[in-house]
Design a protein around this ligand. Structure first.
Ligand SMILES: NC(=O)c1ccc[n+]([C@@H]2O[C@H](COP(=O)([O-])OP(=O)(O)OC[C@H]3O[C@@H](n4cnc5c(N)ncnc54)[C@H](O)[C@@H]3O)[C@@H](O)[C@H]2O)c1
Length: 266
C-alpha cells in the first residue's frame, strides 16, 4: 500500500522539489500539501494545497502516514505540534531553530510519534559529516586551524547554514570543549587563536549549497568539500527518510546517521 504523505511548505523551493519526487515515486501518494502562499497548479496537479490554519482538520480528514516540513523555524515548531498530536510520523528538514524551539519540538514528539530531523538530508553531506570528524580526529594533535565556509543562494533566510553549524559542533566535539565559534571576521581582530573555529556564510546568486571545511597547518591545508548540484540531492534523502520513518513504531527523534547505518547493514 502506498505511503500517504503530507508536505508543509509545498510552494517553496525545497517543498516543491519534495512534492515532485513524491509524485515520481511508485510507493508514495501525496495526499495533501500546506502553504499559506498556495502552489502553482502544475507542481501538484489534482492535490489539494491548504492554508496552515486548516492543518488540524485536514490531517484528521486525510490521515497521512508521514508529514514532511520544509518551511521556517517558527512555522515548523507549530506544524510539528499539530502533526504529533494527530499521530502523523515526521520528516523535518527546516533549519534555523533556537535551543528553545528544538526543545519545544522534542517535547511534542517524544512520546507521540517517530520523527527524523536533519539540517541536511543529502546522503553526500551525511558522509561529509563523517569525513570531517575523521579528519579532525587525526589532525587535532597537530593544532591545525579549522575554518568552515558555506555558500548558498541569495534567498536563504538563516545564516550560517544548519549544515555548517552541525559541522562546527562535530569538530568541536573532537577538539574537546575549548573551542570558540567565530562568525565572520571584521576590523582589527588580532591574531587568530588555536581554539577558534571560523564560520563564514556566502550568499550569492542561485548556489544550491556548498560546504567547505579547511584544516590549515604549517605549509599545507586540507579541504573537504561538498557541493549540491540541485535540490534533488536533498529530496532523494527525504524520500528514503519517508520510507524509513514509516516503518518505525517507537516514538522519538531519529537521525540520518541511524537511518544510513541501518540501510547500509541491509
Ligand atoms: N534539511 C535539508 O536537507 C534542507 C535543504 C535545503 C533547505 N533546507 C531548509 O528548508 C527550509 C525551507 O527552505 P526553502 O529554500 O524551500 O524556503 P522557501 O522560502 O522557498 O519555502 C518555504 C515555504 O514554506 C511556506 N510556509 C511558511 N509558513 C508555513 C506554514 N506555517 N505551513 C506551511 N508552509 C509554510 C512558505 O510560504 C514557503 O513557500 C529552510 O529552513 C532551509 O534552510 C533544508
Amino acid at each position: 500500500m502506498a505511503i500517504k504523505v503530507a508536505v508543509a511548505g509545498a510552494g517553496g523551493r525545497m517543498g516543491g522539489q519534495v512534492v515532485k519526487s513524491i509524485l515520481e515515486s511508485d510507493d508514495m501518494e501525496l495526499v495533501t500539501g500546506f502553504d499559506p502562499g498556495g502552489v502553482e497548479e502544475e507542481i501538484a496537479p489534482g492535490v489539494k494545497i491548504s492554508s496552515p490554519d486548516e492543518m488540524e482538520n485536514v490531517l484528521k480528514e486525510v490521515k497521512p502516514d508521514v508529514f514532511v516540513d520544509f518551511t521556517n523555524a517558527t512555522a515548523a515548531v507549530e506544524n510539528v505540534k499539530v502533526a504529533s498530536r494527530n499521530k502523523v510520523k515526521l520528516v523535518v528538514g527546516t533549519t534555523g531553530f533556537s535551543e528553545e524551539q528544538l526543545k519545544e519540538m522534542e517535547n511534542a514528539i517524544k512520546s507521540n510519534v517517530p520523527a527524523i530531523i536533519s539540517p541536511n538530508f543529502s546522503i553526500g553531506v551525511n558522509v561529509f559529516w563523517k569525513l570531517i570528524a575523521e579528519a579532525a580526529r587525526h589532525l587535532q594533535a597537530y593544532l591545525y586551524h579549522v575554518e568552515i565556509i558555506e555558500m548558498h543562494h541569495s534567498h536563504k533566510k538563516d545564516a550560517p547554514s544548519g549544515t555548517a553549524v552541525k559541522a562546527a559542533e562535530i569538530i568541536s566535539d573532537y577538539i574537546g570543549g575549548k573551542t570558540v565559534f567565530v562568525y565572520g571576521r571584521q576590523g582589527i581582530t588580532g591574531e587568530r587563536t588555536d581554539a577558534e573555529i571560523g564560520i563564514h556564510a556566502v550568499r550569492a546568486g542561485d548556489i544550491v549549497g556548498d560546504h567547505i571545511v579547511l584544516y590549515a597547518g604549517k605549509g599545507e591545508r586540507l579541504e573537504i568539500t561538498h557541493r549540491a548540484h540541485s535540490r534533488e540531492a536533498f529530496a532523494q534523502g527525504v524520500i528514503k527518510a519517508i520510507e524509513w520513518i514509516n516503518e518505525k513504531e517507537k516514538s522519538g527523534i531519529y537521525s540520518m546517521d541511524e537511518m544510513m547505518k541501518e540501510l547500509e547493514q541491509g
